[in-house]
Every structure is written in structure tokens, then in C-alpha cells.
Ligand binder design. Structure first.
Ligand SMILES: *Cc1c(COP(=O)(O)O)cnc(C)c1O
Length: 416
């Protein structure tokens, strides 16, 4: 099928939930994707932070090959070989005690919300005063299901589906005074992305994160860290909270967890875990043999090839190059992020849209988020030479867009 025939068919057959880039991707290798005409694209987005080891990684191919000859699914009515092995690795790298497996980010976050409610119930039964409300942050993104979307700040995501889960309040981002004044015993949890992704690559401050930890400790409420985008090594540590030296009670992971196979997980402390008893929560597919085998291969590869150090190196190089771009181009108003989760803020959303689509024309995939932020979430195996290619292209585009200010673009943009 050609791109045009697929576009025509999709426009009739699919719900119109996505604004796709007009490109048909058929294969990938390393940090490159290939379209139906055989054109290669340098991928600085990795499918919104998913394809952490790039494409056709031998460790992932081998794990899929072996597991496909043995067992794809068991249901959670039986044991299989992967769950404990993967949970052992996840608890080692996170410092948390127990794991619940699921299939996506929003499911992991739903599990976290349900655990916080159930945990508050346990505390109440023990005579403590802990309510049922959630305190979330402005510009947060936690997913699209009814609970996750209720804790997601953007009204456009929530309003059409009202009433979503009630009992959520939002704190101004990094405003410690607002956090302290809004928090009370009515809350069962504070919800934080240590490094906001969809919100525009904004890190929480040390003071804000520490205040949230302290407030939760004062009542028994849980500190929930959503690391669905920032976790599993993306920032150069296994988890973004490790940059702060602050332990959450719960964290959620998904996107890169199984290198492209759908999988999510909620990790929590022993204290929080006691709130779930058999039958209270579950999933048919979660923690299946295939996803577990691939996630184990991903973690073992990150460890064996010291990819965290590589991410810190290449990410640091990337960020320094973006900073020098910002010094030369006034239209770049900020450079943010850690490791290979980076963003540059531009002074115009139209410019950001143009640059993203013009990069695509130059066969380099980036993404625009939060209107005027260009986001980079490349595979962890990205090398300095790829950064140089991207920086050269960005430099040229920023220069030509400044010269021809007002130029409009015809291409679509990749807005995750
Ligand atoms: C992507 C994302 C989610 C939702 O994950 P899905 O797999 O799309 O449901 C939740 N939280 C954060 C921080 C994310 O980046």
C-alpha cells in the first residue's frame, strides 16, 4: 500500500485522534528509521521515548526470538519465569521494594492512584487522618484514562470527558508556598513528574521536591513520581528522582521499559504495597512472558554496555551544543533537561512548528511539545556524530527562519 492509499483508508476507518506526519515508516536500524521510499531519518524522538535501544537491537531481537519459540502468554493465574527476574532488576535500580506490572503508562499511573487511595484507607483504619484527594502539578501529564487524565493539568484533555475523577487540585509548578498552602490531611498523595515531559521538559526544583517529600511524611500521604518518560535511564540515572537524592513512595515506568513492546510498571515501597491484597487490582496481559523477557534484555543491555554513562556523556554534549545555539540565536529562550531528555524553548510556537517540520524534511525527527518547545528524546545509543548532524541542521534552519521570518510551513508536525 502507498502512503496516499493508507492515508485515504485511515481517514475513513480510524477514529481521528492523531495528527500524523505524512510519512510511512517501514523499518528501522540503530538510530535511523526508513520510509516506504527508502529514505532514512535520524530519529531524535524514539517513538516518544520508547525505542531506547534504537531499532533492530540484537539483544531485543534475540529475546523476542527465543521467547516466541517458548511462550507468549500465561495470564496472571500462573507463574512464569520472567516476572520475578524483572522485578528483581527493577527493585535494584529503583531502590523501591515491590512491582506491579501492566501494559502502558496510563495503566501504571492508574495503579499508583488506586494504591494511594487504598493506602490512605489502611491508614484511616489504623486511626490516622488521611483523606482521598490528590495534589498534582500545573502542566503535568499522567495519561488519558479517567484517573490519569484527572491528574493531568491541560483542560483540553479533561473537559470533554467531564466529570473525570473528582478530588484533584493543582499546585503552581515549583511554587513551594502554593504547595504548602494547598496541602493538608485531605490528600492521599502528591503527584510529581520530577522532569515534566509533555509539559515542556521542566525539572522540579530540589526545594519543591523536598517540600513534597516532607509534607507527605507529615501525614502519611504517598509521594508519587511519574517517571514514565524520564525513567529507565533516560536522564542518565535510572530514575530522575535519583538526581535529587529523594525517594518517592511510588514510581511509574513504561515508555522505554520493554524497548518497544508495550509494558508498564508501578514500583512502590513495602509500606505502600501493603494496601493491595489479592483481587484488589489486576490485568490480563500485564507482566506477560514476552514483555518481561524483552524488558530484562533492555535492562541487562543498559547495564552491560554502561549506557547510563554514555547517556550522561552524549546528553551533556548535546545540551552544551544547544546552549551555544541559544547564545547565537535570540529566538531560543531556554535550554532544559537532563541526559537524553532535552528541550529548547523558542519565542514562538509558529517557529517551533516550522522548525520541527523542516527538520523532518531534512530527515531528522524531533517533536514539538507544549506549543513552543522542541523536544529531543533520542535512543540511548545516540552518538556525538548524530548530535552534530542535528545541531548543524538546527543551526541552518534557525538562521534561515530568522532571515525569512514569517515563512509558513506546509508540513505536519509531530506533536506527542
Ligand atoms: C506518556 C506518558 C504517560 C502516559 O503513558 P501511555 O503509555 O501513553 O498511557 C504518563 N505519564 C507521563 C509522564 C508520560 O510521559
Amino acid at each position: 500500500m502507498t502512503l496516499a492509499s493508507i492515508q485515504a483508508a485511515e481517514s475513513k476507518l480510524l477514529l481521528q485522534t492523531y495528527e500524523r506526519n505524512p510519512h510511512l515508516i517501514v523499518s528501522g536500524n540503530g538510530v535511523y528509521l526508513t520510509d516506504g521510499d527508502g529514505r532514512d531519518y535520524l530519529d531524535l524522538l524514539s517513538g516518544i521515548g520508547v525505542s531506547a535501544l534504537g531499532y533492530r537491537h540484537p539483544a531485543i531481537e534475540e529475546a523476542i526470538r527465543i521467547q516466541s519459540t517458548r511462550l507468549l502468554h500465561t495470564s496472571n493465574l500462573f507463574y512464569h519465569e520472567g516476572t520475578a527476574e524483572l522485578a528483581l532488576r527493577l527493585t535494584e535500580i529503583s531502590g523501591l521494594d515491590r512491582v506491579f506490572f501492566c501494559n502502558s503508562g496510563t495503566e501504571a499511573w492508574e495503579a499508583a492512584l488506586k494504591l494511594a487511595r487504598a493506602h490512605a484507607g489502611v491508614l484511616r483504619s489504623e486511626g490516622k487522618q488521611v483523606g482521598t484527594k490528590f495534589l498534582a502539578l500545573e502542566h503535568s501529564f499522567h495519561g488519558r484514562t479517567m484517573g490519569s487524565v484527572a491528574t493531568t493539568h491541560k483542560e483540553k484533555y479533561r473537559e470533554p470527558f467531564a466529570p473525570v475523577m473528582p478530588g484533584v487540585e493543582f499546585v503552581r509548578f515549583n511554587d513551594v508556598a502554593d504547595l504548602r498552602s494547598k496541602f493538608s490531611k485531605e490528600f492521599c498523595a502528591i503527584c510529581i513528574e520530577p522532569l515534566q515531559g509533555e509539559g515542556g521538559i521542566h525539572p522540579v526544583t530540589q526545594e519543591f521536591f523536598a517540600a513534597a517529600r516532607e509534607l507527605c511524611d507529615s501525614t502519611g500521604a504517598l509521594l508519587l513520581a511519574d517517571e514514565i518518560q524520564s525513567g529507565m535511564g533516560r536522564t542518565g540515572e535510572w530514575f530522575a528522582y535519583q538526581h535529587y537524592g529523594i525517594m518517592p513512595d511510588v514510581t511509574t515506568v513504561a515508555k522505554p521499559l520493554a524497548g518497544g513492546i508495550p509494558m508498564g510498571a508501578m514500583l512502590c515501597s513495602e509500606e505502600a504495597a501493603r494496601a493491595f491484597t489479592p483481587g484488589m487490582h489486576g490485568t490480563t496481559f500485564g507482566g506477560g512472558p514476552l514483555a518481561c523477557a524483552v524488558a530484562i534484555a533492555v535492562i541487562d543491555t543498559i547495564r552491560a554496555t554502561d549506557l547510563l554513562a554514555h547517556i550522561r556523556d552524549v546528553g551533556g554534549y548535546f545540551k552544551s551544543k544547544l546552549k551555544s545555539l541559544a547564545e547565537q540565536h535570540d529566538c531560543i529562550t531556554d535550554v532544559r533537561g537532563m541526559g537524553l531528555m532535552l528541550g529548547i524553548e523558542l519565542n514562538s510556537s509558529e517557529l517551533a512548528k516550522n522548525i520541527a517540520s523542516q527538520m523532518m524534511e531534512r530527515q531528522i525527527i524531533i517533536n514539538r511539545t507544549s506549543e513552543n518547545v522542541l523536544r529531543f528524546l533520542p535512543p540511548y545509543i545516540l552518538e556525538r556524530k548524530h548530535v552534530d548532524i542535528a545541531i548543524t541542521a538546527l543551526e541552518e534552519l534557525l538562521t534561515s527562519n530568522a532571515a525569512f521570518a514569517g515563512v509558513t510551513s506546509t508540513g505536519g508536525h509531530a506533536n506527542g
